[in-house]
Design a protein around this ligand. Structure first.
Ligand code: PLP
Length: 573
């Protein structure tokens, strides 16, 4: 597909077309979480299957034909990758697990060797954790300091601050080409130029850029460029590190073992393989690399076509979605103005972002809520988290309309109606306990959910249960009661009576978490430590039909609540 056609493009993605066709039987999908990972086109899926079915063999080492075929395809992908970003040499393309591992390689194989006390590493305020934590680690190892480039009101790296932040002490500058939250194309050319002027090395995190803009690393002039295949229609678990050959030559290997060696002896020092293999220890992700090559072959013609239809369609979707969201009174964007790519972050006045994301999910609309692996950015913006809609060119205007109408319905209370009544049990006395003729809280919850079918109804019941949870005083919501590991803020306190039974009170900013707290507390309240320790919480959630429906972050949140209860009631406490 040289020239972009939206319908044909969408048809290339079997997951979307399967769901389109089956929409009347199973819930439909509006996938607006493309910044997390994109869906995969048939050509990528087939390339991996064909590899396993037709040419599966290890690469580089064997002397048989099958290995020669596998090696050829494997190395053809490297050529495609070289061409994709216009690297000067194929030796500059190192296969990694993804952007995260690529950054770790630079930090541990180069920065660790060259940094010393007082040196500075400059990153930007909107970085993904993948481009923060590896630098924090190497700063700790070497005594270097981290300096942060601030943002403008519209969410770009503030270039007016470059001279102040990037100084003679700066040894590395690492920043995202495009923020995964703000969707702004950062002025990386100016950042690189400034870094060069003080002799600092540059790493550009292109994880969110490569699916949207044509990248030319030689034109950019950066020292390192990193990205992952899965955000550009390729497989998960594979990505690359581009590095200037002269730097890669000097760097020590990241991992050691097979493939990255030239000679190994018990009597002489081991010598290392040449580039790029020096950084590719062990059997590589061969199918992943071949799939990565297929995704590049799929995407590159679209990105470089002179008609720009791919980019124009992306821009049209983004602009339409932005305008529709802007028209909703309660929507507050994180920064001013329209993003450059279809990554739109916002909060909704009076609603917790997790409640909105969970409600949208009941309509098959997949958006992201939380900190988006950019906790320092949330801190800067004084937010706990936000909602993020991220679009791809297989999305449609009709999907945006459905999303906007559903969101408006949720906000107008059509779906989370305060006047809704709970149908299965009378929840008025759900917290009254101790009368043996009355069912326990636990039994009530089980009865309620056993008569509730489907995720929509269960979600509704969770939201209604949330309303029955008494709110905690503000003074009780402190760092001691905070539940670590729960993405929305949640707090839990315990007390024990004379008989050794524990009681819990809890609260959260998010309604959906308050509902889940009621469910969890019903299992643990008024029980002694031994019963709490022995309670099979997984079986309980399974019985309620929750496990298969809760999103990973909600599932982790549930486990974090249970962990806190167990921590508070374990004998050592
Ligand atoms: N950098 C940015 C800007 C990202 O958005 C992400 C993933 O979301 C990463 C780095 C890390 O990518 P991966 O998890 O594929 O290594």
């Amino acid at each position: 597909m040289k020239s972009f056609d939206p319908c044909y493009f969408r048809e290339q993605f079997p997951l979307l077309s399967t769901i389109d066709k089956a929409a009347s039987e199973i819930s439909s999908l509006v996938y607006f979480d493309n910044a997390a990972t994109t869906q995969k086109p048939l050509t990528v899926i087939n390339s991996q299957q064909d590899f396993y079915q037709q040419i599966n063999a290890n690469v580089h080492r064997a002397s048989h034909q099958l290995s020669a075929k596998a090696t050829l395809q494997f190395e053809q992908s490297r050529q495609l990758a070289q061409n994709f970003i216009n690297a000067a040499s194929i030796k500059e393309i190192i296969w990694t697990k993804g952007a995260t591992e690529s950054i770790n390689i630079v930090c541990q194989s180069l920065a660790r060797d060259v940094l010393s006390k007082g040196d500075e590493i400059v990153i930007c305020a909107s970085e993904h954790h993948a481009n923060i934590v590896p630098w924090q680690q190497v700063a700790k190892q070497t005594g270097a300091n981290i300096q942060v480039l601030p943002l403008t009101d519209s969410g770009y790296i503030d270039i007016s601050q470059l001279d102040k932040v990037i100084t003679q002490n700066t040894k590395f500058v690492a920043c995202a080409h495009i923020s995964n939250v703000l969707g702004r194309i950062n002025p990386v050319e100016q950042v690189i130029e400034k870094a060069k002027s003080v002799g600092a090395l540059t790493l550009i995190d292109g994880a969110q850029a490569v699916a949207h803009i044509n990248v030319d690393v030689q034109q950019l002039g950066c020292d390192f460029y990193v990205f992952s295949a899965h955000k550009m229609y390729g497989p998960t678990g594979i990505g690359l590190l581009y590095g200037k050959q002269c730097l890669l030559e000097k760097m020590s290997p990241y991992q050691s073992g097979g493939e990255m060696i030239k000679t190994v002896s018990f009597n002489k020092p081991t010598t290392f393989n040449s580039l790029p293999f020096k950084f590719e220890a062990g059997t590589p992700n061969i199918a992943g690399v071949i799939g990565f090559g297929a995704s590049i072959a799929f995407l590159k013609p679209l990105l470089t076509n002179q008609d720009k239809k791919y980019q124009l369609f992306e821009a049209k979707l983004k602009h339409y979605c932005f305008l529709q969201l802007r028209d909703i009174e309660q929507v507050e964007f994180l920064v001013s103005g329209e993003p450059d790519i279809g990554v739109i972050a916002f909060t909704i006045k009076g609603h917790h972002n997790h409640d909105i994301a969970t409600a949208l999910d009941t309509y098959g609309i997949a958006v992201r809520s939380g900190h988006h692996c950019a906790m320092p950015l949330m801190e800067t913006l004084k937010l706990d988290g936000c909602l993020r809609v991220s679009l791809a060119p297989y999305n449609t205007i009709a999907e945006i309309d459905f999303f906007i109408n559903t969101l408006k319905g949720i906000l107008s209370g059509e779906t989370l109606d305060d006047n809704n009544t709970v149908n299965a049990v009378d929840l008025k006395d759900i917290h009254l306990e101790g009368n043996s003729s009355k069912p326990t809280e636990l039994a009530k919850i089980i009865t309620l959910f056993s008569s509730t079918k489907g995720w929509d109804s269960r979600h509704r019941e969770i939201m209604l249960l949330g309303k029955t949870l008494p709110r905690l005083e503000k003074t009780d919501r402190d760092e001691h009661s905070l539940i670590a590991g729960c993405e929305s803020k949640a707090w839990l306190k315990s007390s024990m009576d004379k008989q050794g039974n524990y009681s819990f009170v809890a609260d959260s900013d998010a309604k959906v978490i308050r509902g889940l707290l009621v469910i969890v507390l019903a299992a643990f309240n008024h029980k002694p430590a031994k019963e709490i320790a022995e309670f099979d919480v997984s079986a309980y959630f399974k019985q309620l039909g929750l496990l298969q429906h809760l999103s990973p972050s909600r599932g982790n949140g549930l486990l974090a609540i249970v962990d806190k209860i167990k921590e508070l009631t374990s004998p050592s406490e």
